[in-house]
Write a protein that binds this ligand. Sequence first.
Ligand code: 16G
Length: 254
Amino acid sequence: MSHLDPIFDRARIADESPAPLYHKLKKLVTEAIAQGRLTNDEAIPAERDLARMLGISRVTVRKAFADLVAEGVLVQRQGSGTFVAPKSQRIEQPLSRLTSFTEDMRLRGIKTDADWLDRSTGLPTPEESLVLALSPGEKVTRFHRLRRADGKPLAIERATIPHRFLPDPDFAGTSLYAALEARGLRPIRALQRLHAVALTASEGELLDLPEGSPALFIQRVSYLADGRIVEFTRSHYRGDSYDFVAELHLTAGS
Ligand code: 16G
């Protein structure tokens, strides 16, 4: 019996929960990595073997692997198989996709600065508690900023982070993601939803626009490699200055 057998035990994904099987498999892998039961660069059993061990289809294993590779948790090496991504890759690989405001603007050669409207710790609102999956009584750290690009106000951003991840609201520097990364807590995946809104008078004042001007309201929930939620951020971007561009792919099997 190998030490991998208890990790990929079919009883562990045969529970009652309605989550898709590939989600359950992803969770097995990320939890095993977080608990140190799968280590850096360790080989993951081949698709065929894993499907047999877990009693699921190869298609399901392939889908879970594809997601974990895209998230930088696993790497696939031509001809030799699938491995736990070396630590540096787990942190660096997703940087190209999940960027922070600071990185995003730096890539475009735009200078950024910010007015800090609030940086504090406190108890979460019911919404924050729900979105961040906090335990009762857990505190949060909040960052409320007006962000400028080349001196022009571009976005109002309210970020909430579980207090245990960033206890000091006065972290050094100006980038929240850099502060998280310095603590080994760089988000590697995020879900973002956006819709159009009209600015209130006070939002308009901050963004130098009349009340009622169009803006994009964006909510981002970001995850660590082990699946824990690290960030809940709500932003208002000026509707006249920011385009979100999405690249779409036709992926086999989806
Ligand atoms: C971006 C993110 C925001 C994140 C921030 C970190 C969007 C819509 N939002 O603004 O969720 O907290 O970057 O930026 O892209 P920072 O590291 O420069 O503080």
